[in-house]
Design a protein around this ligand. Structure first.
Ligand code: UDP
Length: 239
């Protein structure tokens, strides 16, 4: 029917910074709870949901290495930061009755499940939200590449990039240029060539090679995530 959601299984990627709310650092519980409500509203439609959350609100590998830290060590610290964010999201989702699993690319059995692809698929089939933590488990990667990787492995139909303060992809920074134009659609190659703000380049290339549409949308717009599943709202599809 017309009410059927556009997608049956999606991956939602949010940056760590999306969780810090008005603060300059760390976790802001009311903001985490608000995002959890957005996720629940889509889950209530029967959509199977994967999540990947960044760690930039706590630690970024590049920032650590710029201060003289060994790069791979700094990247592991960044990956651990994503685990904290995943646990915060798990707590918020379960607090409103959505069952979840945190699945970590770095084994830490006391804290999260290890990543086993077939097991994660089973969780999705049982309508548990799978929160993939610790990125890809590899230094020199990002949570954007982790999002594309997991979306491929879990056979998600689309990757939803939830942004703050912007309702899609523009040809130039809309905060600096009054004449910036938003794309409804843009190709992977154009996004790469023009260095548009979608995801990092390796993540876009990985999505392109596996034909995963990337939907860039405003997560701070109440009801925005759910609206897209019903074919409404403003957003950009990278395809
Ligand atoms: N990271 C990594 N490998 C991965 C994913 C993440 O090394 O597969 C590290 C990297 O240091 C990164 C940090 O974790 O800076 C936090 O992730 P990211 O910067 O992607 O978070 P976001 O910008 O989305 O908040």
């Amino acid at each position: 029917s017309d009410q059927d959601p556009k997608y049956k299984r999606v991956l939602l990627k949010i940056s760590g910074e999306a969780l810090m709310g008005p603060q300059g650092f760390g976790l802001h519980p009311p903001t985490v709870e608000r995002i959890a409500q957005e996720v629940k509203s889509v889950h209530d439609l029967g959509v199977e949901i994967c999540m990947v959350i960044g760690g930039g609100n706590i630690f970024r590998g590049l920032a650590g290495s710029a201060q003289g830290m060994e790069r791979t060590t700094a990247d592991y610290m960044g990956m651990l930061a994503t685990v904290m964010n995943a646990l915060a999201m798990q707590s918020a989702l379960e607090g409103i009755g959505v069952f979840t699993r945190v699945i970590s690319a770095i084994t830490m059995n006391e804290v999260a499940e290890p990543y086993i692809r077939r097991r994660a698929v089973r969780h999705l089939e049982k309508k548990r939200v799978c929160i993939f933590a610790a990125g890809t488990g590899n230094p020199y990667f990002t949570t954007d590449t982790a999002a594309t990787l997991r979306a491929n492995e879990m056979a998600c139909e689309a990757i939803f990039m939830g942004k703050n303060g912007v309702d899609g992809v523009y040809d130039k920074d809309p905060k600096k240029h009054a004449d910036a134009k938003r794309y409804d659609y843009v190709t992977y190659d154009e996004a790469l060539m023009k260095n548009l703000k979608v995801m990092d380049a390796s993540a876009i290339a990985l999505a392109r090679d596996n034909h995963k549409p990337i939907i860039v949308f405003p997560l701070d717009e109440p009801g925005g995530f759910k609206g897209i599943l019903a074919g409404q709202g403003t957003y950009t599809t990278v395809h």
